[in-house]
Design a protein around this ligand. Structure first.
Ligand code: COI
Length: 364
């Protein structure tokens, strides 16, 4: 088992002197890529080190060298994760100057689960969380001021070694980079409009929809671009067998609310087990809602009072309309909705503005 270096205060010292605010406009952060200063890199060659990642290190953010025959480029052997670091409130002396992560060990475990499916070795939970902390500290000048956004952290696990025949790559790279972000959708915090896709499916039973492999994402670009060109925010996919049950959107999970009951598609292998999804289920139950993880049909959706999406990038996004086969359905949005209440509760915990009774946050 690889030993972990101490949290390196030099990582924080390396964060360049000037603040990111000198070069970016914190008030207009979207979800674009602002390159930051450092990335974290750790490698593993199963034949030589028995599938155990050894000590990684920070490197200047920049291009990486890959063989043209690397497993990730040729056969898509790769996973990614997404999590955010928030700047802790400056009026809280005990946390002054620190940063908050949200359930990073859940990302580590999800990566391990995905790695198993994709025949890759994966970092331990401790290695993963340590690397995330190092990346945040080294890029701390890019963590937006409170209320302006977050530092989005993108861990990758890729088959970086060369391979020609279809087989697992001989070497793997775990890499984390980060970028300051604001809201994911161009609508900002305003409600979004979804288009139900009938022909193209995101996942199928026995496939990889339930793990965060890179190969789940490029195939949804076409329907997503088509929907965006028609003014929709994202696409909602139906199951590939019955074409009747809602799965998820390209970038997030989906919830419906009817009376005191909340429902979301069960994670049966075609649904990405979102960490925000899991947290929202718990927070909705805490508010007295009955939460069902089950099949959610298109008819259930149409009949709902309220619809919302969840994800790390998306957070909690209210849905004002869903269009299916040319028919547009409207849902409740605004201050007096469950999604608004859940958004406030979740983000208050994530940003350190509310007491974290669940032990979800990790301060750095
Ligand atoms: C995230 O929410 O972190 C994701 O990975 C979704 C991605 C499409 C931005």
């Amino acid at each position: 088992r690889a030993s972990l270096p101490q949290l390196d205060s030099a990582a924080a010292d390396r964060s360049d002197e000037e603040t990111g605010g000198d070069v970016i406009d914190w008030d207009n952060l979207g979800f674009g890529l602002t390159p930051t200063d450092y990335m974290y890199v750790m490698r593993c060659a199963p034949d030589q080190d028995g599938g155990v990642f050894s000590r990684g290190e920070l490197a200047r953010y920049g291009n990486i060298e890959l063989s043209p025959s690397s497993g990730v480029i040729n056969y898509g052997q790769g996973l990614f994760e997404g999590l955010k670091a928030y700047r802790a409130p400056t009026n809280d002396c005990s946390r002054k100057g620190s940063y908050m992560l949200f359930r990073p060990e859940e990302n580590a475990l999800r990566m391990q689960h995905g790695a198993e499916r994709m025949c890759m070795p994966s970092p331990s939970v401790e290695q993963f969380v340590h690397a995330v902390k190092q990346t945040v500290l080294a890029n701390r000048r890019w963590v937006p001021p409170q209320g302006k956004g977050a530092l989005y952290i993108r861990p990758l696990l890729i088959g970086s070694g060369p391979i020609l025949g279809l087989a697992p790559a001989p070497e793997y790279t775990f890499l984390i980079y980060a970028a300051p972000v604001g809201t994911y959708f161009k609508e900002g915090l305003s409600p979004i409009n979804l288009l139900v896709e009938d022909e193209i499916h995101r996942a199928m039973p026995g496939g990889t929809g339930g793990v965060k492999t890179i190969t789940n994402y490029a195939p949804v670009l076409k329907p997503q671009m088509d929907a965006k060109s028609k003014g929709f925010s994202d696409v909602l996919y139906l199951d590939a067998v019955h074409r009747r049950y809602i799965e998820e959107a390209s970038s997030c999970n989906l919830f419906i609310v009817k009376g005191g009951v909340v429902a979301t598609p069960a994670t049966v292998g075609t649904i990405l087990p979102g960490i925000t999804r899991k947290s929202i289920i718990e927070l909705a139950r805490d508010r007295g809602y009955q939460v069902e993880e089950r099949l959610v049909s298109i008819d259930d959706l149409i009949d709902a009072d309220e619809v919302f999406c969840t994800g790390t990038a998306v957070v909690v996004a209210p849905v004002s309309t869903v269009t299916h086969q040319g028919q547009r359905y409207e849902f409740r949005t605004g201050q007096d909705t469950l999604s608004q209440a859940l958004y406030t509760t979740l983000t208050s915990i994530q940003m350190g503005l509310a007491e974290d009774k669940k032990g979800w946050t990790v301060a750095i």
